[in-house]
Design a protein around this ligand. Structure first.
Ligand code: SF4
Length: 213
């Protein structure tokens, strides 16, 4: 990452964390991914159970592997043998002590915007797991909620579509949202998290380091 971008993130990150705190979130800005990992392992007790939603940020942090190796009880949908088992694990994860996920976009005034295909990820964000860890690179932070919706629909969703072979949507062909009603559409649940209640249930990690996403 170039120095100019890093300088901006190091100034903006703590301010966005402050804005998130004012809305009831527990929020942190970390200059590096290593610092974020260290804090996650400090917050998540070794005997805590952990579920997760699909997130390239969580994958990039390597948290799932570290927690598995540490012996945490994992609701490990990645290791499901078939779709029925995956669904059962996703249901069980609603009772986890922790749920790990990313966020499609975050506004500078501390609001989360997320879209979901099936809804298990945003459902756990809203209610269920005792704690939610939302990890996001500073590239996910945009000026306001309108910009956050635009990022979610025109950047995050087309990029997510590109990860799934065999699915067809207009954004996969053009790289931009066409507000489709395609059978394969992944923009089915659109969730705006304006505040965190109960307070501090959702921990937001803002990460300045370029995670290569
Ligand atoms: S084209 Fe469809 S799947 Fe793609 S971002 Fe828009 S609504 Fe979502």
């Amino acid at each position: 990452m170039n120095d100019i971008k890093k300088k901006r993130y190091d100034i903006l990150g703590p301010k966005v964390a402050e804005a998130l705190e004012a809305r009831g979130f527990e929020a942190y800005y970390f200059e590096t991914a290593a610092q974020a990992r260290e804090k996650a392992l400090e917050l998540i007790a070794p005997d805590a159970s952990v579920g997760y939603g699909g997130s390239v940020t969580i994958n990039a942090l390597g948290l799932k592997e570290i927690l598995r190796q540490r012996g945490n009880t994992m609701f490990d949908r990645d290791l499901a043998a078939n779709p029925a088992e995956k669904k059962a694990i996703e249901h069980a994860a609603f009772n986890a002590d922790w749920f790990l996920m990313g966020s499609n976009a975050i506004s500078e005034d501390g609001q989360l915007i997320n879209i979901d295909g099936i809804g298990n990820r945003v459902a756990a964000l809203i209610y269920g797991p005792e704690n939610v860890l939302v990890a996001a690179g500073m590239n996910k932070v945009v000026k306001n909620v309108d910009d956050a919706w635009s990022r979610a629909r025109n950047t995050a969703a087309p990029e997510n579509m590109a990860r799934f072979d065999g699915l067809k949507t207009p954004c996969k062909a053009t790289g931009s949202c066409a507000d489709c009603l395609s059978p394969d559409c992944i923009c089915n649940q659109l969730v705006h998290t304006r505040r965190c209640k109960p307070p501090k249930r959702i921990k937001v990690f803002l990460i300045g380091e370029d995670l290569g996403l």
